[in-house]
Design a protein around this ligand. Structure first.
Ligand code: ADP
Ligand code: MG
Length: 277
């Protein structure tokens, strides 16, 4: 292709916003020339590059917009460390079918059991499947809602929260809300009922949710909606960190006991076995 042709082709691709094709054009043309590639293959290659680049950009945007506190992908979650987890249900969640069906997911269990990790990993899977995802702590969301109401901006915020395909609410129950906060959170959740998925992590059992929301009738209405066709995962196992530190201590302990055994065998460091003996 001559200089003028290349110039026009680049300009056209730019106009059509095919930026990856613009970027890769010259290299791909050169490779095509060198390998004797036909025009059909060349076009397939270039369009593939554009599609791959758009998918990567979309994923980056979805992840950025989700505001995950840490990026903890599925691969970093050690399933063998939690044999009590219903693996079949967890694997099913990784397919994001529950988002298509507008079902909710609730993780209940004590601190350190991996609830936030699992919610983040599933949130990342949702992003990969191009679902609009938002991760927020319950406390953070309630504060945001209260501020928006003070700024007369509540309707806009409620609308934004209703548009996410998956809303992850982390740490329900860590901090109780004011009556106003509880009502606002109720509004967000009620708005999404059967329209979008909510994933909640909580250290409290359902029976204790009234403590957080204050109002018994409101809690009952909320639970009724949230748990309807929901996937509930009870994380009733020991804290991962605790298991880890116990395991560390056990392995350190065995090292200590090994080194303790040495002096008994006459090989201690304070009385080394002399090579000259
Ligand atoms: P929770 O939200 O239940 O309090 P976290 O998700 O914050 O617990 O987990 C506590 C720590 O332990 C985090 O650093 C998390 O990445 C890690 N963790 C928990 N469970 C696992 C697991 N099964 N595999 C790998 N890391 C885990
Ligand atoms: Mg957590």
């Amino acid at each position: 292709m001559n200089e003028t042709g290349l110039f026009e082709l680049k300009a056209n691709l730019k106009d059509l916003k095919l930026s990856a094709m613009v970027r890769e054009l010259e290299t791909t043309l050169r490779q095509a020339r060198d390998s004797g590639m036909g025009y059909d293959e060349l076009l397939i290659d270039l369009t593939r590059l554009e599609i791959a680049s758009r998918a990567a950009n979309r994923l980056k945007r979805r992840i950025r917009e989700a505001w995950f506190p840490l990026l903890k992908p599925l691969e970093t979650f050690d399933l063998s460390a939690v044999p009590e987890l219903d693996i079949r249900m967890f694997r099913e969640l990784t397919t994001c079918e529950y988002i298509r069906e507008h079902r909710n997911v609730i993780f209940l269990g004590p601190s350190g059991t991996g609830k936030t990790h699992m919610a983040t990993a599933l949130g990342l899977e949702a992003c990969k499947n191009n679902y609009r995802t938002r991760f927020v702590t319950c406390y953070g969301l309630v504060n945001e809602l209260i501020e928006a109401r003070e700024d007369r901006d509540l309707q806009r915020l409620l609308k934004r929260y209703s548009r996410y395909d998956l809303l992850i609410l982390d740490e329900l129950g860590y901090i109780p809300f004011s009556k106003e906060g509880a009502e606002l959170l109720f509004q967000v959740l009620a708005e999404r009922h059967e329209k979008g998925s909510v994933m909640i992590t909580s250290n409290l059992g359902f029976a204790d949710w009234t403590q957080v929301f204050g109002d018994q009738a409101m809690t009952a209405a909320l639970l009724d909606r949230l748990t309807h066709k929901a996937r509930i995962i009870n994380c009733n196992w020991e804290s991962y960190r605790l298991r880890q530190s116990l395991a560390d201590r056990r392995s350190n302990g065995s090292e200590i006991s090994q080194s303790c055994e040495q002096p008994r065998q006459g090989q201690g460091t304070d009385q080394p076995v002399s090579v000259t003996r």
